[in-house]
Design a protein around this ligand. Structure first.
Ligand code: IFM
Length: 427
């Protein structure tokens, strides 16, 4: 295996999934606090109010990262810490947490990689319309400016949004994520306003920081499972709605044909603000057939592709689809790529050979893409820690490090030592 000079090995987390400290230092509720407090939203009835208590234990967690030898840590900034009500002046104690975290990372030789939005919208903004309201895009740019004013000199890579496709579909289409909306037929404004917010935030970041700026999108390569024209059309529809809708406009290709969000004059130029790369979150390919129900709101049926081992989330393990994806993205958008999330859910701990096998195969898949010409600049494991897995609560573990949520004890798994040795071996 060989990786280009400067290739960054990293680990990823997100604010609501690890921080806890939900009302510390002026933080106000996000849509996830509200959602978790509603009955039957989360499988195990839990919330991220304590999670991994990373807010108080970040030094211990940075020491774990230093033990791994990672080059970079991808974390997200909680908007409701920085602007508790989603607008107005910054809340200095909330920003101070990230200021200290960034210094702690740099002190250990680890590059801070900051995501501005990993789904924890301040509740007050949701009450005012959330992402359905165009104004939220402008609020997001103001928030980006406040973060960059404090961290812009030290963050080494910026990521505006995390997985807008997932946030749109699960949060606003089918109600499985916060804010729990079920407006499947009317999600294009949600998508467009996030992308507009992204473009405005790129400009805000550029004004304060010289570090590269990207976005982290979720991609699921399509496997058409049936042999009919209708199945193929369904596959194309999924590819458009999940994979291309959130990427084509970023690179000046506009929205895919037939997709008509509420675009105003100039929006597409804002969204196409030049990027320094593209973050790729990959977990699995998706099986697609034509919809079996003629009244379905979806233009496709989704299925798990057969013939592969499954993780404990029931997701198929298909590393070769990551190679294919990286080569496709390289060809389509011609930008540097960062694998900003790659990981798997298994209960095994502290011996987790299945995670080692999964990660090893996916790192090989990246190396193959690099060997075939893709410009890949980093690989970030999801996740450093077992954490709050959204609607699955604490029932699904993705960490290199086991967390006992009763005691907050951290125990590195065998995958942690495997990753440490892999990183050391590439130096
Ligand atoms: O935990 C999530 C993360 O927040 C976004 N990408 C997928 C991960 C696993 O489901």
């Amino acid at each position: 295996m060989s990786f280009p000079p400067g290739f960054r090995w990293g680990v990823s987390t997100s604010s609501y999934q690890v921080e806890g400290a939900a009302s510390a230092d002026g933080r106000r509720p996000s849509i996830w606090d509200t959602f978790c407090a509603e009955p039957d939203r989360i499988t195990d009835g839990s919330s991220g109010s304590v999670a991994c208590d990373h807010y108080h234990r970040y030094r211990e967690d940075v020491a774990l990262m230093a033990g791994l030898g990672v080059d970079a840590y991808r974390f997200s900034v909680a908007w409701p810490r920085v602007q508790p009500y989603g607008s107005g002046a910054a809340n200095p104690p909330g920003l101070a947490f990230y200021d200290q975290l960034v210094d702690e990372l740099l002190g250990h030789g680890i590059d801070p990689v900051a995501t501005l939005y990993h789904w924890d919208l301040p509740q007050r903004l949701q009450d005012a319309g959330g992402w359905a309201d165009r104004d939220t895009a402008y609020r997001f740019a103001e928030y980006a400016d406040l973060v960059a004013a404090v961290l812009g000199d030290r963050v080494k890579l910026w990521i505006t949004l995390n997985e807008p496709a997932i946030h749109t579909f699960y949060g606003h289409g089918v109600g499985m994520h916060a804010p729990g909306e079920t407006r499947l037929a009317d999600t294009l404004p949600i998508a467009h306003h996030q992308l507009l917010g992204h473009g405005l935030a790129v400009a805000a970041l550029r004004a304060r920081s010289s570090s590269p700026v990207t976005i982290a999108n979720n991609y699921s390569p399509v496997r058409v499972l049936g042999g009919t024209d209708a199945d193929r059309a369904a596959g194309a529809a999924y590819d458009t709605l999940h994979n291309r809708l959130y990427s084509d406009p970023l690179f000046g290709l506009g929205y895919p044909e037939g997709i008509e969000p509420p675009v105003r004059s100039g929006d597409l130029d804002v969204i196409a603000a030049p990027l320094d790369g593209l973050g790729v979150n990959y977990y699995m390919p998706i099986g697609i057939t034509a919809p079996s129900d003629v009244d379905s709101l979806f233009p496709y049926d989704m299925a798990i592709v057969d013939g592969y081992p499954l993780t404990e989330f029931g997701w198929p393990v298909v590393p070769e689809a990551l190679t294919e994806l990286l080569l496709d993205l390289h060809q389509r958008y011609a930008v540097p790529l960062y694998v900003t999330e790659s990981g798997c859910c298994y209960e095994q701990s502290p011996e987790d050979p299945l995670r080692v096998a999964y990660l090893s195969a996916h790192v090989d898949a990246v190396a193959t893409a690099v060997a075939k010409g893709a410009d890949v600049r980093g690989y970030f494991v999801w996740s450093l820690l077992d954490n709050f897995e959204w609607s699955e609560g604490f029932s699904k573990r993705f960490g290199l490090v086991h967390v006992d949520f009763a005691t907050q004890a951290r125990t590195p798994k065998s995958s942690y030592f495997w990753y440490r040795d892999l990183i050391a071996g590439t130096r």
